[in-house]
Write a protein that binds this ligand. Structure first.
Ligand SMILES: Cc1ncc(C[n+]2csc(CCOP(=O)(O)OP(=O)(O)O)c2C)c(N)n1
Ligand code: SF4
Length: 244
């Protein structure tokens, strides 16, 4: 039988410790495929935040620095400034970037730091058990918004891509999702364009990737894509928000 698809070499093994139906391993695979296809492996440095994706460095064959919760953009700033020849990307969750480290990413984008920020937005603090983040959508039931997120009580969700796209230092900003095959293809295209923006020295780039978290959405793994489509996508529309 002819082999038509295989894992990228940079993915050391296909087993992982994340939940069945999680979207984050899908996003990781695309990132590693692109790094391999663009021949960036030897100059890549990833700065990882803290969340379920913190398990990924064990299975990715690229250099990774671990940052404190929310601080990855500041660490990436330092890495890129001392190694301008390196290809640098951050890997954060919405809890890490939008709740705990919002000022870090805003200032990095405003300064036009030349790394690519990647945020896996599943609208919850996944690893610690499914609490509300700044990206939790109104009405969403989490461990800390038991009756659903309420505008008066908990405030409105922050749309990180739209927020950062306003800043002059941001060269490329897009939002993608990995809940369908066409979404996965588009995610790869947006990541490619963000990586290019960095390689051409245009400025800060961000790709927000909506990812499934069936465990903390209290649905079964097979219901994750529909939940993302119905609850998250209307609030977080997909597409390129800025491209200089
Ligand atoms: C300063 C600090 N506060 C809280 C924590 C606990 N903590 C670890 S992982 C995590 C949740 C991460 O959520 P997110 O970044 O959205 O990623 P996910 O787990 O959903 O992939 C939290 C709150 C921590 N490690 N450091
Ligand atoms: S808790 Fe959510 S984000 Fe974490 S591994 Fe499970 S499905 Fe993925």
């Amino acid at each position: 039988m002819q082999k038509v698809f295989e894992k990228p070499d940079l993915l050391l093994k296909t087993e992982h410790s994340l939940c069945p139906g999680c979207g984050e391993p899908v996003a990781l695979r695309i990132i590693l495929e692109l790094i391999q296809e663009l021949g960036l492996r030897d100059r890549t440095i990833c700065v990882a935040g803290i969340g379920c994706y913190t398990a990924f460095p064990m299975i990715m064959d690229v250099d990774v620095m671990q940052a404190l919760h929310g601080r990855a953009p500041s660490v990436a700033t330092g890495v890129k400034r001392v190694r301008p020849d390196a290809f640098v990307f951050t890997m954060q969750g919405d809890g890490d970037m939008i709740s705990e480290g919002l000022q870090e990413v805003i200032h990095s984008a405003a300064r036009g730091e030349k790394f690519t920020a990647i945020v896996f937005n599943n609208a919850v603090f996944g690893e610690t058990g499914g609490h509300m983040t700044a990206a939790t959508v109104l009405g969403q039931h989490t461990k800390t918004t038991v009756g659903g997120r309420d505008r008066e009580r908990h405030g409105n969700p922050i749309k990180i891509s739209e927020l950062l796209a306003q800043l002059d230092g941001a060269a490329y900003v897009a939002r993608a999702a990995v809940h369908t095959p066409s979404g996965i293809k588009l995610t790869k295209q947006y990541l490619h364009d963000a990586f290019r923006a960095q390689l051409e020295g245009k400025g800060f780039s961000l790709v927000e990737i909506l990812t499934m978290c069936p465990t903390d959405w209290f649905v079964t793994p097979d219901q994750g894509p529909a939940f993302l489509e119905e609850k998250l996508k209307p609030i977080y529309p997909l597409g390129v928000i800025k491209s200089l």
